[in-house]
Design a protein around this ligand. Structure first.
Ligand SMILES: *[C@@H]1O[C@H](CO)[C@@H](O)[C@H](O)[C@H]1NC(C)=O
Length: 457
């Protein structure tokens, strides 16, 4: 297959874009993102916290106001359990506490509604881990027979565990910290791997009594998974098959028109982090408000120009209509979700360096923490479980060339698959029309092969 990406652009145009976009995106980052996130962590910069507090109060007031709620049709917020039960599937909510005190929420679909009786043999458990700025809900917004991986797996006979990363709308609790503490947000994909993924694996294997759990990751959660096994290889024993969809691990081919050039100065962002302390990208009160406003604003009858869809196409690439406008209210009802700014900075450092390495604290602190000036690479030789990789041929976030780099470094790669649609891009793994047939059917074939020894071809 021929793959065309943003590489052949002429240099002059690139240079102009570089100058323009790096300025614009930095300004956006500073003006918009930082104050918003700061509003959740109160008082970390006292002189300007008044503005943040004010914006926080406005969003809180607006989201509570009965008039706004009526206009937005808002009663109860849309949650993963409600979405699952609405489709007639059973749902359980589980909590696991990580070694560093985060209380993570997992939503379980133990079986499909057409399989009411307890199975003769136990169902293989599967962790389904969302991408960054998502939650467990993104896997169940569509109807069961229409491209919802959560239901798809349950119908295929699996015990589905929809997990939530620390800090998103569900996993907001900690044994001693609250989301208003800066220390709560002092984490990147590193901690999500080392603590979250391992805690989930431990809990699910213990709860189900199964020796192994399969893992399905998408985008950033693929990194978290690989970090978990690279840093704590003993967990190889507890994982069956790992399926990595659009893995965001190496970023040499990463092309994000508006944002790529800012990665050049990524190591500088750590200065931000030192100064501001840990903050979320968007405070929870704002995501809750967005989940009420956006479905109305992005509804095809309101958004006549299709602004929401245009935004997605500009940011994530035009997939020639695989994500349709009628899906926008469903998608925006649950996404975007929030995450720590440090997650973004860590990712950005790896876009800048092109390597898969631990968090870069700057030379002085690196020497204290790692004993070297540069942060060490994650050792992928330690990831011994069978891994299946699925990529979109024209995904410019999780670029197929970078997925190939990853594939070469994994000792037990069992499958590398280009999705059979030349326009398949990053978000399509979650939201595209027809993704069930294109991708999820293969996911189930792979799982069946590693659960029951069937062939997957
Ligand atoms: C990576 O881990 C393997 C064992 O899994 C070890 O043999 C190798 O030396 C490690 N590489 C580095 C650079 O630490």
């Amino acid at each position: 297959m021929k793959i065309k990406l943003g590489s052949g652009r002429n240099l002059g145009l690139f240079f102009i874009k570089f100058l323009a976009y790096s300025q614009i995106s930095l300004v956006i980052f500073i003006l918009l993102v930082v104050p918003l996130g700061q509003s959740e962590v109160q008082g970390s910069v006292p002189s300007i916290s008044f503005i943040y507090e004010w914006s926080r109060r406005v969003s809180d007031f607006v989201s509570r106001s009965p008039i706004v709620r009526r206009f937005l049709g808002g009663g109860e917020p849309v949650t993963t359990p409600r979405l699952i039960q609405f489709q007639g599937y059973p749902c359980e909510t589980h909590q696991v506490t990580t070694e560093d005190g985060f209380i993570l929420v997992m939503h379980r679909i133990p079986y499909g509604p057409h399989q009411k009786y307890p199975p003769l043999h136990s169902r293989p458990p599967v962790i389904l881990f969302h991408g960054n700025s998502q939650s467990s809900a993104d896997w169940v917004i569509n109807r069961p027979n229409e491209d919802a991986l959560g239901f798809y797996l349950a119908d295929a006979g699996y015990d589905v565990w929809l997990v939530n990363q620390r800090g998103n709308d569900y996993s907001t609790r900690h044994v001693s910290l609250t989301t208003s503490d800066s220390a709560f947000w002092d984490h990147s994909a590193h901690e999500m791997g080392v603590y979250d993924v391992t805690a989930m694996i431990n809990y699910i294997t213990a709860y189900t009594g199964q020796p192994r759990v399969h893992f399905i990751g998408y985008s950033l959660s693929c990194s978290s998974f690989l970090i978990a096994l690279a840093k704590r290889p003993e967990y190889n024993e507890k994982v069956g098959l790992a399926i990595l969809m659009a893995p965001g691990v190496f970023f040499n081919g990463f092309y994000f028109g508006l944002l790529r050039p800012t990665a050049v100065g990524a190591s500088l962002y750590e200065v931000f982090n030192k100064f501001l302390g840990g903050i979320p990208l968007i405070p929870h009160v704002a995501t809750n408000l967005l989940h009420r406003i956006l479905p109305v604003f992005c509804h095809p009858k309101v958004d006549l120009l299709g602004v929401c869809l245009i935004f997605i196409k500009v940011a994530f690439g035009d997939d020639q209509g695989l994500i349709t406008q009628d899906k926008m209210p469903l998608i925006t009802m649950v996404a975007p979700n929030t995450f720590s700014v440090k997650v973004a900075i860590h990712g950005w450092q790896m876009v800048g360096s092109g390597r898969f390495h631990e968090y870069d604290y700057g030379i002085t602190k690196n020497k204290v923490i790692y004993g070297t000036a540069h942060p060490p690479d994650y050792n992928l030789t330690n990831v011994r479980v069978p891994v299946s990789i699925m990529v979109g041929a024209t995904d410019f976030l999780a670029n197929p060339r970078d997925a190939k780099t990853l594939a070469r470094k994994l000792p037990n790669l069992v499958d590398f698959h280009y999705v059979e649609n030349p326009n398949f891009k990053h978000l399509d793994f979650c939201y595209a029309k027809g993704v069930g047939k294109l991708v999820y059917s293969r996911v189930v074939r792979m799982l069946d092969a590693y659960s029951y020894g069937k062939s997957y071809g």
